[in-house]
Each structure stands twice: as structure tokens, then as C-alpha cells.
Design a protein around this ligand. Structure first.
Ligand SMILES: NC(=O)c1ccc[n+]([C@@H]2O[C@H](COP(=O)([O-])OP(=O)(O)OC[C@H]3O[C@@H](n4cnc5c(N)ncnc54)[C@H](O)[C@@H]3O)[C@@H](O)[C@H]2O)c1
Ligand SMILES: N[C@H](CO)Cc1c[nH]c[nH+]1
Ligand SMILES: [Zn+2]
Length: 437
């Protein structure tokens, strides 16, 4: 049974605040465990990876089997049906077509003082892509990480993916092949993130780690940030659906379940202006739940973190949505576009009843690695830009330095930084000196 909240209820604010602050990840115990795992991998390298993989994934590895060989990838590719391969290839092509449009332009211009200024984008040299695989395999996440990285021009792509009990979906490996991944390691969780950040005997360190994962993965990414770059905290999935009574309750129920089934810590919320529609969605959801393969996971997520919020109108719905800052926001109501225009904080918005969030997870083109836990207030979904850095460029002519240098010198003096001032003054004196002009 999810929580029912109504903005008409005098206790709404208290209940809504409790919903927002429900601890779904990053609990102190997770962080403590992660801290110890990272320290272990730093200290013992491959030996720690092997031991932790046995403990958490029930898989006995040796140093030689940490990396998945090209031959294993070839073999896996032959196990994939032609229909699955075609679906993966279509997805890869659509994701590529979307992401190449994000490639930014370099720029250089000369301003009226004679200063030539600009910037240049360059890719990171090596990226580590975390592909979740603990409770479900995510070939789609391989594409969502690797395709933008390739489009950005990253030279080395290393994927880590857990293989619980030795099982690894061949589609994950085929997706690595299609996307041009160079290295694949059968390691997951915080230990994979630590290996990518600090390196071990087998896994060379990378410059940037991207990709979603569960609470341990998210906590590890937070901890290694600074040693390497990270994309964002893409933790347990979330969906917020804003829907009016004109929708089919069954469709909305399935959309909520499609994220609840990811993780017991996932969160699915419905906001509607019609209480009986909310009850109908809940009923449809309970009915659909029974038939799901991952019903235990979805049921726990819905029971512990699910909610139906009844609002007076869609304006109120948009305002509440911004306070939730969801990873995915589906809007299905008479004024879909107008409501969407009012929303500021969301990882991805899905407009209208024919745009289920699940289409975005696989095939539409935009990235499905998205900010969770309200971080859509300040971050965006994975993009080509996550694999690029911007270097600024400047060139001053003698005239430009003569025009701008004195102000810089004053500021250096104001900051008490003498050498800065002298570096400017030495040149200004030369420009003004006897041999000038
Ligand atoms: N936000 C996004 O963009 C996005 C996209 C796809 C998936 N996801 C999320 O990714 C997650 C995938 O989770 P998953 O668990 O299936 O796979 P996962 O690969 O993220 O995690 C599996 C690993 O977790 C570690 N682990 C499990 N229990 C542990 C424990 N008690 N202590 C220490 N480590 C432990 C193990 O090392 C294991 O290898 C889900 O939460 C899903 O919602 C998010
Ligand atoms: N919904 C997930 C992002 O939160 C991504 C995903 C992968 N496969 C299916 N769904
Ligand atoms: Zn999904």
C-alpha cells in the first residue's frame, strides 16, 4: 500500500517533507561499507577485487579471469538472436544520432581591445563505464554510456559489470562490441568504482567514471570524486507521473511499475487531480504486480517509497514536481505542454500518453543515465559533454596588453600579489620604454 497524500489535508506539508527525505540510499551503513571497500582495493588491488567479487557476487575469479577476453565476447555475440541484435543496433544508432548533436563548437574571437579569446573542447583520455548487473543486466546502459563517450572521441573505454554467480547477459557483451568498448571486466559494486579510480594490477585507472548503479555504486562514486571525474549520482531509479483522469489507469500503473521493478529503493509517485483516478491506478498496479517476474522488488519499492498525491490542479502538480526534482517525469494531461513549461527540475520529461518512460530507457535517443535523489536541481543526464573538457585560450597583442595590463596590475596590487603585478609591469614598461613603437 503506497502513501496517499492530499494537498487539501492540513498535514500535507509534514507528510510531503517525510516523503522527500525518505532514506533510499546513501545511508551511513552503506557509506561505511563503501569506504572500507575502497581502502581495501587501494591497498590490495586485484586480490581485493577477487575476494570482494566472491563475497558479493558469488563468483570465484583469478587475476586472469577478471578481464573478459575478446574470444568470450565473440562467443557471447553468437548467442544473441538476430532480432535482439537488430534491436540493439537500432538503439545504438538512435542514441548516436541524438548524442552527436550535443557536440559543442570550439570558439575564438577578437574583442575590441585586441584580445583574441576562446575555448577548445577535448575528450578525456580514458573513461570507466559502470554497467549495472546485480539484479538485472543492462545492455541498454552499455549503449547509453559508451555511445556518447565514443561520439566525444574518448580513446580508451573500460566497462565494469558484475556477473553474479558467473552469469552475464550476452547482450551486455554484444552491446560493448557494437559501441566500441576496449576493455570489459566482470567486477561490480563499490570495488569496481575503486578499481577504475585508483587502478589495480589488471585495471588501469581512468580519468572519468560514468554510469548508474545501486546505493553502493552511488556512494563509491561520491567518494572517488576528485581523484577522478564522475558524471553525477545516478542511483536507484525514480518516476513521477502527472496524469489526469483522461488516462488509462493500467498504462499509468505500468509506467510506475517500470521503475519500481528496478530496485527495492526505486521510487514511483503519481500526482493527479482526481482521487478516484488515483485509486484506479493503484488497483491496476496491484493487479499487474502479481504477474511480474520482479514483483518482490517492485512490491517493496511501491510499499516503502511509492505515493499517490492528490492535488487541486495541474499548476499545483508542477510546483510539487519541482520540489521532488524527479529523475523521470511523465506528463499526461489535457495541458501537457503547459505543465511541462512550468517544470524546472527534472532529469528527463516524457510528454503525452504515447511516450512511456520505458521508450526512453531503450530507444528514443536521449540518455537514460539521469540524476536521482533530487540532484536534477543541479545536474543533467549523461551527455557527450560529460566526456569533454573545455580549455580556454587567450592571446594578447601588445596593444591589448597596453590597454588591459594597468587594470590587471591594480588588481594584483589590491590582492597583495607582487609577482603578479611585476609580471604585468615588466611588459608594460617594455611597451612604454625607449625601444617601444
Ligand atoms: N539513474 C539511472 O540513470 C539508472 C539507470 C539504470 C539503472 N539504475 C539503477 O541501477 C541500479 C542497479 O542495481 P543492481 O543492484 O541491479 O546492480 P549494480 O550493478 O548497481 O550493483 C550490484 C553490486 O552491488 C554490490 N552490492 C550488493 N549488495 C551489497 C552489499 N550488501 N554490500 C556491498 N556491496 C553490495 C555488489 O558488489 C554487486 O556487484 C538500480 O538501483 C537501478 O535503479 C539507474
Ligand atoms: N530506467 C533506468 C534509469 O533509471 C534505465 C534502464 C535501463 N534498462 C531499463 N531501464
Ligand atoms: Zn528503466
Amino acid at each position: 500500500m503506497p502513501q496517499y497524500l492530499s494537498t487539501l489535508d492540513p498535514d500535507f506539508e509534514t507528510a510531503f517533507t517525510a516523503l522527500l527525505s525518505a532514506k533510499r540510499e546513501d545511508s551511513p551503513d552503506v557509506d561505511e561499507v563503501v569506504q572500507a571497500i575502497i581502502a581495501d582495493v587501494r591497498a590490495r588491488g586485484d586480490a581485493a577485487l577477487i575476494e570482494l567479487t566472491a563475497r558479493f557476487d558469488g563468483l570465484e575469479l583469478t587475476q586472469d579471469s577478471l578481464r573478459i577476453s575478446a574470444q568470450e565476447i565473440d562467443e557471447a555475440a553468437t548467442q544473441v538472436s538476430s532480432e535482439d541484435r537488430a534491436a540493439l543496433e537500432l538503439a545504438a544508432e538512435r542514441i548516436r544520432a541524438y548524442h552527436v548533436r550535443q557536440l559543442p563548437e570550439n570558439a575564438m574571437w577578437t574583442d575590441p581591445d585586441g584580445a583574441s579569446l576562446g575555448w577548445r573542447w577535448t575528450p578525456v583520455q580514458a573513461a570507466g563505464l559502470y554497467v549495472p548487473g546485480g539484479t538485472a543486466a543492462y545492455p541498454s546502459s552499455v549503449l547509453m554510456n559508451a555511445v556518447p563517450a565514443k561520439a566525444a572521441g574518448v580513446e580508451r573505454l573500460a566497462v565494469t559489470v558484475p556477473a553474479p554467480g558467473g552469469r552475464l547477459n550476452p547482450l551486455v557483451l554484444l552491446a560493448c562490441r557494437i559501441a566500441g568498448v576496449d576493455e570489459v571486466y566482470r567486477v561490480g559494486g563499490a570495488q569496481a568504482i575503486a578499481a577504475l579510480a585508483y587502478g589495480t594490477e589488471t585495471i588501469a585507472p581512468v580519468d572519468k567514471i560514468t554510469g548508474p548503479g545501486n546505493a553502493w555504486v552511488a556512494a563509491a562514486k561520491r567518494r572517488v570524486f576528485g581523484k577522478v571525474g564522475i558524471d553525477m549520482i545516478a542511483g536507484p531509479s525514480e518516476i513521477l507521473v502527472i496524469a489526469d483522469a483522461q488516462n488509462d489507469p493500467d498504462w499509468i500503473a505500468l509506467d510506475l511499475l517500470s521503475q519500481a521493478e528496478h530496485d527495492e529503493s526505486a521510487q514511483a509517485i503519481l500526482i493527479t487531480d482526481d482521487e478516484s483516478f488515483g485509486r484506479a491506478v493503484e488497483q491496476a498496479l496491484e493487479a499487474r504486480l502479481q504477474g511480474l517476474m520482479r514483483r518482490d522488488i517492485a512490491a517493496a519499492s511501491w510499499r516503502d517509497f511509492g505515493a499517490v498525491i492528490i492535488v487541486r490542479d495541474m499548476e499545483e502538480a508542477a510546483a510539487l514536481s519541482d520540489r521532488i526534482a524527479p529523475e523521470h517525469l511523465e506528463i499526461c494531461c489535457a495541458e501537457t505542454e503547459a505543465v511541462a513549461a512550468k517544470v524546472r527540475h527534472a532529469g528527463a520529461i516524457f510528454l503525452g500518453p504515447m511516450t512511456p518512460e520505458a521508450a526512453g530507457d531503450y530507444i528514443s535517443g536521449p540518455n537514460h543515465v539521469l540524476p536521482t535523489a533530487r540532484s536534477a536541481r543541479f545536474s543533467s543526464g549523461l551527455s557527450v559533454l560529460d566526456f569533454l573538457k573545455r580549455t580556454t585560450l587567450s592571446r594578447l597583442t601588445p596593444g591589448a596588453l597596453a590597454a588591459l595590463g594597468p587594470a590587471a596590475e591594480r588588481l594584483a596590487q589590491a590582492e597583495g600579489l607582487e609577482a603578479h603585478g611585476l609580471a604585468l609591469r615588466a611588459r608594460l614598461d617594455r611597451l612604454n620604454g625607449p625601444e617601444a613603437g
